[in-house]
Ligand binder design. Structure first.
Ligand code: FAD
Length: 437
């Protein structure tokens, strides 16, 4: 008898209820195109749209349904975040580069918001702001200083929320205050992807669903791309496979570790309970290595919470239960809540945790979004397209530099994930203990 507690009603993304993924309309495969693109997520489609509108012929291949990778599974938080802190980036590169990275995040977010409006993509986007909780008072002081720096450097509305005022933002005493930044919001990721796909198809992009590419071979100045639907000749190739990169892109595969991120969504909650837990309807986050990101669903009726998943094969129940425990630790009022959905998808981590646009042997790659691709993937997809067209000024991005370093002893099988996650868990416990001493 199965004695494990029931984890969630459904193992499919909540988002697919309103915007199910499915194959793009069948199109015959051209014998040659200007650009072949691997991956029909945000990055691949954004690149394809830019290229087609500039008069290039494009074929996009996806091994699954378009969007079935991370682009219809994510939390929909438009963070445009960078994992290393401003101080770390300054130490590693220079203050100038750290500033450029921060400023590019601002431009990329604005690009996304303008794009949604200009293309008429209705994906429940709201510029709600994001609250980030502090584990202890020292962390709160650091975060308050960072919020002040962000406001000064970028003109972004961002401010500290002391512990005494925290309940105006979030119905928990778990944190010791936090910070808010107002340039981040939330959208329905699958509706966003469906809208992007609609616009791309209308512009003339050919999207081949369930058509994995198996090899990319150089043939003089051109490439021969072999897919499940046949071979195609392309002048240029762009790889946008991110956390789903397979043996078709071996160079990238040794550099990106796919890490599962999992999301749970509660059953519908009473309006007064939702108003207590998330009074301002903001996006939420925190700074633990295995910290959570969470938000109300766009209709404001449920809580959605995501975090790292320690598994790398199968669909074990333990990661769902860990997220559920985390949810209840934040919101003890939810101790008896039922979960409607629990699902996972892959985010792509590289060693330095910075997104990348780079070229190797003539093939261009846009990937390594480290869990923040709602903003970065459309942006770097578009920049990749501009780079392919030789538009150096508009395609310029601070993330266009050497490829990420290869991960030692790694060829695509992330066997070390459970140990890594355990290590992060220990670091978090130690950090929490120090924060609360
Ligand atoms: C659970 C979860 C929560 C997340 N939450 C957030 C969030 O709140 N905010 C945020 O900014 N980001 C978030 N992210 C990250 C974000 O979703 C991704 O960074 C973004 O969707 C990446 O888009 P992409 O186009 O690069 O890749 P994907 O959408 O993953 O698309 C890659 C595609 O490549 C295809 N592919 C792979 N190999 C081949 C091949 N050989 N031939 C053809 N096709 C191939 C795959 O089938 C796949 O569809 C989250 C991710 C996950 C999984």
């Amino acid at each position: 008898m199965n004695t494990q507690p029931r984890s969630a009603e459904k193992t499919t993304p909540y988002w697919w209820e309103a915007a199910p993924v499915g194959p793009a309309p069948d199109q015959s495969l051209a014998s040659s195109v200007d650009v072949a693109i691997l991956g029909a997520g945000y990055a691949g489609l954004s690149a394809a749209l830019t290229l087609v509108r500039a008069g290039r012929s494009v074929a996009v291949f996806d091994a699954m349904n378009p969007g079935e990778g991370a682009s219809s599974r994510n939390g929909g938080i438009t963070s445009g975040g960078i994992r290393p802190s401003f101080a770390t980036l300054t130490r590693k590169f220079s203050e100038k580069t750290a500033l450029e990275i921060e400023a590019e995040g601002k431009r990329a977010r604005e690009f996304l918001y303008d794009f949604l409006q200009d293309e008429g993509i209705n994906c429940d986007f709201k510029l709600t702001g994001l609250f980030r909780g502090a584990l202890g008072y020292d962390q709160y002081d650091d975060m308050a200083r960072s919020a002040e720096g962000l406001a000064r450097r970028l003109g972004v509305e961002s401010y500290a929320v002391p512990h005494a005022e925290q309940r105006d933002y979030i119905g928990t005493d778990f944190y010791r205050g936090g910070v808010v930044r107002k340039d981040i919001g939330g959208l329905h990721p699958a509706k966003f992807h469906a809208g992007l796909l609609r616009v791309a198809l209308a512009a003339g992009v050919a999207v081949h669903s369930h058509t994995p590419v198996s090899t990319i071979a150089r043939d003089g100045a051109r490439f021969e791309v072999t897919s499940a639907a046949g071979k195609i000749t392309a002048q240029q190739v762009l790889v946008c496979t991110n956390g789903y990169t397979d043996s078709a892109a071996p160079f990238l595969r040794r550099r990106l570790v796919p890490v599962r991120s999992r999301i749970i969504v509660t059953e519908e909650l009473a309006p007064d309970l939702m108003a207590r837990l998330m009074p301002k309807g903001m996006m939420m986050g925190e700074n633990r290595q295995l910290g959570f990101y969470y938000r109300p669903t766009p209709d404001g009726t449920r809580v959605l919470l995501g975090g790292r998943d320690s598994s790398w094969v199968g669909d074990p129940v333990a990661p769902t239960l860990r997220l559920r425990d985390g949810l209840v630790e934040l919101f003890p009022e939810l101790k008896d809540v039922r979960l409607a959905h629990s699902w996972f998808g892959n985010v792509a981590m590289n060693r330095d945790m910075l997104p990348r646009l780079f070229e190797r042997d003539g093939v261009v790659y846009a990937s390594g979004f480290c869990g923040s691709g709602v903003v970065w993937a459309p942006w770097l997809g578009r920049n990749a397209a501009l780079r392919l067209m030789g538009d150096k000024s508009h395609g310029r991005t601070v993330f266009d530099f050497r490829p990420p370093a290869a991960v030692p002893f790694y060829n695509g099988t992330p066997w070390f994930i459970p140990a890594l996650i355990r290590g992060f868990g220990l670091q978090d416990r130690f950090a929490f203990w120090r924060a609360r001493r």
